[in-house]
Each structure stands twice: as structure tokens, then as C-alpha cells.
Design a protein around this ligand. Structure first.
Ligand code: NAD
Ligand code: UDP
Length: 388
């Protein structure tokens, strides 16, 4: 654990606080809890319906941080303990959400309730009890880039003004209502507006985080191993699953969409700076991403194939990818963000933070983890029963 001498970015000593972390049992929550336990003196009230991804932090009782983390199994939709847990804490971090694209068009009601309606009481309890809130939104609130509406051969498409996404400048551009993909982005946008209004009208201290494709160990699930066989997780887990099963990676609509990927451990550094520097983080919306790690989804598939061959020692397939239509893969109502380059000006100025890890390096450590964690289980699950 860190010494008492830890100071914030302005040289002031950092006092230990209690954090109510909602959705602590998920991908980001598990890494944030790990960081807080290993490197800070803060206490965490960890709220979630699951705790599999933080079990290693909760047991055994002899862990050095055992008295600083408490798990509360609850669903924020319907649990009267929520307000008292928020009241017991100095800061609430809300990570709870349905946030896998396969759900946005197939379960739009659950998506909207989870990302907007269920988050309202959290905002209200923070505002009503004068508590600080760090709320996790998404880069998807930007939707499509302005450049995507220009003719394909327009030179303006190369101009950053038409594609770089800036917190306080860029518009939010979503597709039509029948493209239910945008139910998530729209719900996240509305909760951002509600939080911003609580800040403006009632003086609530808040920070909004817009993650740009954070990836790493413990992200989502491997279908049929630690999640439903028919489930469709986000791209890292989809491609990992294909690689582990020696199947071609599926490129939705040819894999031409572009993304910037950031290593979860880099991103968590940014969140810790927000937690410990409230004077610099309050009232801000922060992009958190790595603009240097841009690839098309097709390039991501090719790089993952190469990295997986290296870490597993298994040769790649002769034809490592196949194309699939978005309708076949996700169903009716899917649509896509074309390109996501985060403007880093605000987070750089307020918190002096920059991402460090290259795409190759983050894939190497993540796929080493995936291989070590899942290869044997997949071998057993797919082994044919021996003939009798
Ligand atoms: P995740 O699905 O791994 O974690 C979310 C956690 O919230 C899960 O453990 C889930 O059980 C919990 N949860 C959901 N509804 C709940 C409820 N009603 N009551 C209690 N717990 C509930 O997702 P993640 O990747 O860790 O994302 C966390 C947040 O960051 C989400 O708000 C998501 O929209 C946002 N985000 C993440 C990324 C990314 O790159 N990982 C990108 C954009 C936005
Ligand atoms: N994708 C893909 N094959 C897959 C899974 C996803 O081509 O097996 C694409 C998806 O269509 C999108 C990108 O990968 O263009 C990123 O998808 P993800 O689910 O990670 O979330 P998003 O970045 O869209 O929020």
C-alpha cells in the first residue's frame, strides 16, 4: 500500500477517502479496484450483481487490503440500500451499464433503462447528499464523424477538423431511430445532460468519463466458457474466442470501421488522477483514449492473429478472416461509428495524462492472458467424447 506521503498534482497531501463503486465487478471496475487496493489507502464499497472478476481482491481475509474493500451484491434497479451506501462514501463512481453493442439493437429497452433510467437515482442521491460523482459515459456519444457525410473522395476527409472528437466542440451525430444501435449512445447522452444540469443548477460536483475502446484482460467473456454460448461480446473477446477456437475472425461489413484502442492499465491511471485531483477534474468531461493506436477492425484482426500465433506457438489459419454482413452478425437495426480519434487536449491540460502502451504491446499482454486463462478450457469443451 502507498505511504501517507502521496500528494496530488498540486503538491497537496492526498487524504484517504471512501469510494462507492457501482459496477465494480465488471471489466473496468475490477482493474480500478486492483489499482486502488495495491497503490492507494482508499476504501471501496464495491457494488455489483456479480463479483467473479474481483474475487481475488475479496478473499482470503488475510489480504493486506481486506479491511478496505467490501462487496455488496445488489441490483441498483431495485435496492433500497443504494442511497445509504452513497451517503457513506465521499465519492461515487458509476460504471453499471449494459454496454455490449450486440444488445443495443436487440435489447433496446434494457439498454435504455440501464444507461439512463437506472442511473437517475444515482445522480439524484449524489446531488441531494452533496456527494461527488464520477460517471462513466462513452465515446459513442459522438456517434458518427462529420467527415463520414462528405463525398468519399473529398480531401476534407483528411482534415482533423472533420473527424477528431472534442469534448466541448464536437456534435453528437446519431442515425435514425429505426437504427436501434444508437439507443445506447442516446441514453448515455441524456444521462450526461442530466448530470451536467445537476452541476449547473444545483452545484453537484461531477466528472464525466468517455472511454474510447479500453481493452485488456477480463474484458467481457468467452462464449460457451464463462458466458452464454450464443452471446456476442465486444470485439476483443469475439476475436479472442475465434483465435482460441482456431476459427476465422469475422469482419463485420468487411471490418472497415476504425477504432483507437487503449490498454486498460493506461486508462486506469487517468481515472486515478481524476479521483485524487477533484479540483482539476470536477465539472469536466474527459475523453480517455489513445489516438496513436488507430486501426481498422480488419487491421486489428490481422495484428491479433499475428500476436496470437506468437504467444500461443500455434500457426495461424491459411485464411484468418471472413467477411460477414452486420445484419447477419448483429441483426436488424445495427449501425456503426465510422472512426474514433479522441482529442486529448483537455485531459492533458487538466491532469497531465498521456497513454503509453502501443497496440502491439497491449495485444501481446492481453492475448497471453487469454491463452493462459482459456486455452485449456476450450480444448476440454471442444474435445470429442472418445468412441466406446
Ligand atoms: P462491464 O459490463 O464489464 O461492467 C459493468 C458492470 O456493471 C458489470 O459487472 C455489471 O454486472 C454491472 N451492472 C450492470 N447493471 C447493474 C445493476 N443494475 N446493478 C448493479 N450492477 C450492475 O463493462 P465495462 O467495460 O467495465 O464498462 C463500464 C462502464 O464504462 C459502462 O458504463 C460502459 O458504458 C462504459 N464504457 C466502457 C468502455 C470500454 O471500452 N470498456 C467503452 C465505453 C464506455
Ligand atoms: N466487430 C467485428 N467482428 C466481431 C466483433 C466486432 O468486425 O466479431 C466490429 C464491430 O462491427 C465494430 C468494431 O468491431 O465495428 C468494434 O466493436 P465493439 O463490439 O468492440 O464495440 P464498439 O467499438 O463498436 O463500441
Amino acid at each position: 500500500m502507498a505511504s501517507e506521503k502521496r500528494v496530488d498534482l498540486d503538491g497537496n497531501p492526498i487524504k484517504p477517502i471512501t469510494i462507492c463503486m457501482i459496477g465494480a465487478g465488471g471489466f473496468i471496475g475490477s482493474h480500478l479496484c486492483e489499482k486502488l487496493m495495491a497503490e492507494t489507502p482508499h476504501k471501496v464499497l464495491a457494488l455489483d450483481v456479480y463479483n467473479d472478476k474481483i474475487k481475488h481482491l475479496l478473499e482470503p481475509d488475510s489480504l493486506p487490503w481486506a479491511d478496505r474493500i467490501q462487496f455488496h451484491r445488489l441490483n441498483i434497479k431495485n435496492d433500497s440500500r443504494l442511497e445509504s451506501l452513497i451517503r457513506m462514501a465521499d465519492l461515487t463512481i458509476n460504471l453499471a451499464a449494459i454496454c455490449t453493442p450486440a444488445d443495443y439493437n436487440t435489447r433496446p429497452l434494457d439498454t435504455i433503462y440501464s444507461n439512463f433510467i437506472d442511473a437517475i437515482p444515482v445522480v439524484k442521491y449524489c446531488s441531494g447528499n452533496n456527494k461527488r460523482l464520477i460517471h462513466f459515459s462513452t465515446c459513442e456519444v459522438y456517434g458518427k464523424t462529420i467527415g463520414s457525410f462528405l463525398p468519399k473522395d473529398s480531401p476534407l476527409r483528411q482534415d482533423p477538423a472533420y473527424f477528431v472528437l472534442s469534448e466541448n466542440l464536437s456534435p453528437c451525430i446519431f442515425g435514425p431511430i429505426e437504427k436501434q444501435r444508437w439507443s445506447y449512445a442516446c441514453a448515455k447522452q441524456l444521462i450526461e445532460r442530466l448530470i451536467y444540469a445537476e452541476g449547473a443548477e444545483n452545484g453537484m460536483d461531477f466528472t464525466i468519463v468517455r472511454p474510447f475502446n479500453w481493452i485488456g484482460p477480463r474484458m467481457d467473456f468467452i462464449p460457451g466458457i464463462d458466458g452464454p454460448s450464443e452471446g456476442v461480446p465486444r470485439v476483443l473477446a469475439c476475436f479472442s474466442n475465434n483465435l482460441l477456437r482456431h476459427e476465422p475472425l469475422k469482419l463485420v461489413d468487411g471490418g472497415q470501421s476504425q477504432r483507437t484502442f487503449i490498454y486498460i492499465k493506461d486508462a486506469i491511471e487517468a481515472v486515478l488522477l481524476m479521483i485524487e485531483n477533484p479540483a482539476r477534474a470536477n465539472g469536466q468531461i474527459f475523453n480517455v483514449g489513445n489516438p496513436n493506436n488507430e486501426v481498422t477492425v480488419k487491421q486489428l484482426a490481422e495484428m491479433m492473429t499475428e500476436v496470437y500465433a506468437k504467444v500461443s506457438g500455434e500457426p495461424s489459419l491459411e485464411k484468418p478472416t471472413i467477411d460477414i454482413s452486420s445484419e447477419e452478425f448483429y441483426g436488424v437495426g445495427y449501425d456503426d461509428s465510422d472512426k474514433r480519434i479522441p482529442d486529448m487536449t483537455i485531459i492533458n491540460k487538466q491532469l497531465g495524462w498521456n497513454p503509453k502502451t502501443s497496440l502491439w504491446d497491449l495485444l501481446e499482454s492481453t492475448l497471453t492472458y487469454q491463452h493462459r486463462t482459456y486455452a485449456e478450457a476450450i480444448k476440454q469443451a471442444t474435445a470429442k467424447p472418445a468412441a466406446t
